[in-house]
Design a protein around this ligand. Sequence first.
Ligand code: IPE
Ligand code: IPE
Ligand code: MG
Length: 257
Amino acid sequence: MAITGGTSKNKTYDTAGLKVPVSLGVIMDGNGRWAKKRLLPRSAGHRAGAENLKELCRNCGNYGVKYLTVYAFSTENWSRPQGEVDQLMKLFVEFFDRYDPELAEEGIRVRFTGDIEHLPENIQKVCREGEERSKDRPKMQLIVAFNYGGRREIVHSVQSIAKDIKEGRLQPEDITEDIISSNMYLPDVPDPELIIRPSGEMRLSNFLLWESAYSEFWVSDTLWPDFGYEDLTQAFRDYAKRDRRFGGLSKKDTEEN
Ligand code: IPE
Ligand code: IPE
Ligand code: MG
């Protein structure tokens, strides 16, 4: 049955033939290549990329995604030239200044995941205020992975567990997968069923390592600043055809046995 989730700017959000994940991850890659193709500085690509995030939020919210985690800055991205790092920090602050009213209108709550404590104070303030201001918005959670690294998140979890053991609240033999999950940065956010990577790279680049154990992966050649409604719709169409077996057998094979 077709479920029509509404329209935005002449787009239809009919989910017939699509599968919309509850939790979606997007690796926003390809800003530099987008700029290079247009003989523009990389900074122009980052600006266009930030602009496009607003569009992705609107489309995901209208399709019914509940948690959208976007990779905006990795723990490895500090190795870029200082000027580029500074611009990415500046864009991050500007994004929430400029677009929060639009996110509010769309009912989008904002949260952050990553090593936020080690970010400059002005960035931490944006995170705190953005989370506080948006906490009652009902439609979708936008989770921005900033200064995020999957390995660093696992280290964070291990350190919290070690502290619990040291202080006598937990025994080593009681550590389970659930306990490791519950010590991740945002334990209430479901693991992403689908991860989309624009720009053709077939790797996770340290994104959601623990949470992506059984995520479906969808790669597109479209560069992130150009990644729009059509690409997202195609990803959901392809995702509908995936057979998620989780190590078991598909339904069809189970019935034959
Ligand atoms: C993604 O675009 C933005 C960040 C990693 C912050 P890139 O800057 O990695 O773009 P490419 O991969 O060089 O095209
Ligand atoms: C991944 O992209 C990080 C973000 C999109 C924020 P990168 O461009 O940093 O990844 P690599 O270097 O190609 O693996
Ligand atoms: Mg890149």
